[in-house]
Write a protein that binds this ligand. Structure first.
Ligand code: PGA
Length: 229
């Protein structure tokens, strides 16, 4: 099975920053390993530009969004829906990142509604969970959507801290997640970098990368680890 390597740029980057990133990425990695599915999650306003750039230079990189409205298109000021994103070649929607839970007070039910909206838009939801709320989050999501999801195990303490989770623990939690959700792909996120990515690829279906994805060269070095898998 191929490995998902996901770049979560959060609220970083502008148009020039993306151009630089693509140059760095391409210089480091001319062609992607065949078993890697490389997904970039830019901020919403940069999706159009990313789509054009990727079509010209990197047709094998895929696009996703970092969040999605829990509502369909309608009178929901400020919210971005699947409908708004049509024709932008978006394939994935990250939902329930711990930063959304923490800074935007999102709860399990809202995140479950986002999963439903992602599926309705034919996006693949990437649902972020940490162990303490794995059970209630799974319960809130309609079971019929489980098989459509990728689950990202994101231990809060490991995010942005440089304290990546022990690989054995990740292995255990991947198995636990699959006991809840079935045989869905499970990826790991939390201080992944070129030096530790290979270990996580051995025990999971991929990695979700924040800080180390901001530099195109560094991120390409993580993608290269798939070849050694
Ligand atoms: P990090 O972020 O790689 O900077 O720890 C991961 C994430 O927030 O998904």
């Amino acid at each position: 099975m191929s490995k998902f390597i996901v770049a979560n740029w959060k609220s970083h980057k502008n148009i020039q920053g993306i151009k630089n990133w693509l140059t760095q990425f391409q210089t480091e990695l001319a062609s992607l390993p065949t078993s890697a599915q490389v997904i970039v999650l830019p901020p919403f306003p940069l999706l159009t530009m990313m789509k054009t750039q990727l079509q010209q230079n990197q047709p094998h990189l895929e696009l996703g969004v970092q969040d999605l409205s829990p509502f369909p298109a309608g009178a929901y000021t400020g919210a971005v829906t699947g409908y708004n994103l049509q024709d932008l070649t978006v394939k994935y929607a990250l939902v329930g990142h711990s930063e959304r839970r923490r800074y935007f007070q999102e709860n399990h039910q809202q995140i479950a509604n986002k999963v439903a909206q992602a599926v309705a838009a034919e996006f693949i939801p990437i649902v972020c969970v940490d162990e303490p709320y794995l059970a209630p989050q799974a319960k809130a999501i309609e079971k019929k959507f489980y098989s459509k999801c990728i689950i990202a195990y994101e231990p809060i303490k490991a995010i942005g801290s440089g304290k990546n989770q022990a690989v054995n623990k990740v292995k255990q939690v991947v198995a636990k997640i699959q006991r809840f959700f079935g045989q869905v792909p499970v990826i790991y996120g939390g201080s992944v970098k070129p030096a530790n990515a290979a270990e996580y690829l051995l025990v999971s279906d991929g990695v979700l990368v924040g800080g180390a994805s901001l530099d195109g060269k560094k991120f390409a070095r993580i993608v290269k680890k798939v070849e050694q898998d």
